[in-house]
Design a protein around this ligand. Structure first.
Ligand SMILES: Cc1cc2nc3c(=O)[nH]c(=O)nc-3n(C[C@H](O)[C@H](O)[C@H](O)COP(=O)(O)OP(=O)(O)OC[C@H]3O[C@@H](n4cnc5c(N)ncnc54)[C@H](O)[C@@H]3O)c2cc1C
Length: 305
């Protein structure tokens, strides 16, 4: 993570400020506020602000006049019920705002999650930093032969080193050209909005990203999944820790009913029922395609996350 001294000082000063409020706060999240958590080689994620807590979900679900909470076990039971039956609007009552520094190719995947408010660093107005994501050799894998969207075997160390050299040199060369194109004295004084078009996709950008709790969990469910690309998954994993600190009861229900749950089709359920009745079912007579069958068996045999 590369923060300048001035940026660190600004974050520290912000963290010193305190306000008294009549609104509920969450001690565990207050302790994490503003502090950047390192992600990838130059990226970070930090919580800037939040609204609501577990009790706010219960309060909205009960449309209460006061705080709306009852016994801890009753509140947890209600949250688990809401999660189980996909009652989403009580979770939309809570919001959280992050400051994220991320490579542009990760941002392209992330921005597909439309139910959020985004304000990105303007490379039309400001000059992007000379920072590029370079994968750790442990993540330098070959194209997967079974999954067209995934990675397979890790590259041999010499091959990984050569690929890293290519990535580094290309990124640095285009950045040097970027600086030269923008430079009004020794270069061309090109507009920033045009100078940036030649930069590599591993260049870091940053944004403020605000989302409600329901859509945050939707994002997490999709991006923590092993099918998601490693480079976005690490951001989702950092956010999951924040979710647990912020709304522990909701996070536990999320682990139970979303992350740890699976979906079976009607035909898959018919197979499960036949198996439970003691029948030995083979793919050929199951009514499922080979792919569906393999997915179902992998799900049944997968360890719980
Ligand atoms: C593993 C993985 C692989 C992917 N691969 C590809 C790919 O190859 N190509 C590709 O283009 N994308 C790909 N995506 C992106 C994916 O298709 C979704 O665009 C992305 O995950 C955002 O999901 P979402 O639309 O549900 O989220 P959000 O945009 O946050 O929306 C949340 C929900 O709101 C509703 N909603 C939001 N906007 C609208 C709207 N305009 N109309 C109707 N309903 C709306 C929908 O119910 C939606 O589920 C991939 C995603 C994942 C996780």
């Amino acid at each position: 993570m590369s923060l300048t001294e001035a940026q660190r000082a600004e974050i520290a000063a912000h963290g010193q400020e305190t306000f008294s409020t009549r609104r509920p706060t969450v001690a565990a999240l207050e302790a994490m506020l503003y502090a950047p958590q390192e992600v990838l080689d130059h990226g970070f994620l930090r919580v800037i602000d939040y609204m609501g807590d577990d009790a706010a979900i219960v309060q909205a679900a009960r449309v209460s006049y006061g705080r709306g909470t009852r016994k801890v076990s009753e509140d947890a039971g209600l949250i688990r019920y809401l999660m189980r039956h996909r009652h989403s609007s009580p979770f939309e009552m809570c919001e959280i705002k992050f400051h994220v520094k991320l490579p542009i190719f990760v941002a392209r995947q992330w921005i597909r999650h439309r139910m959020a408010s985004v304000n990105e660093y303007s490379a039309r107005y400001s000059i992007l930093d000379s920072e590029f994501y370079l994968p750790d050799p442990a993540h330098m894998a070959a194209q997967s032969e079974v999954n067209r969207q995934g990675r397979g075997e890790i590259l041999a160390p010499e091959a990984a080193a050569e690929v890293l050299d290519i990535l580094r040199e290309d990124a640095m060369r285009t950045y040097r050209d970027y600086e030269r194109m923008l430079d009004g004295e020794n270069g061309y004084g090109l507009a920033r909005e045009l100078g940036r078009i030649n930069l590599t996709l591993n260049t870091y950008t940053q944004w403020y990203w605000k989302i409600d709790l329901h859509n945050l969990m939707h994002f997490l469910a999709l991006r923590i999944d092993p099918h998601a690309q490693y480079e976005i998954r690490v951001y989702a994993e950092a956010m999951l820790k924040i979710l647990h600190a912020w709304v522990p009861t909701t996070a536990a229900a999320f682990e139970e009913y979303r992350r740890g749950a699976v979906t079976f089709s009607a035909s898959m359920m018919a197979v499960v029922r036949r198996m439970l009745a003691g029948e030995v079912v083979e793919q050929a007579g199951s009514g499922l395609s080979r792919r569906e069958w393999d997915e179902m068996m992998a799900t049944l045999q997968a360890p719980t996350p």
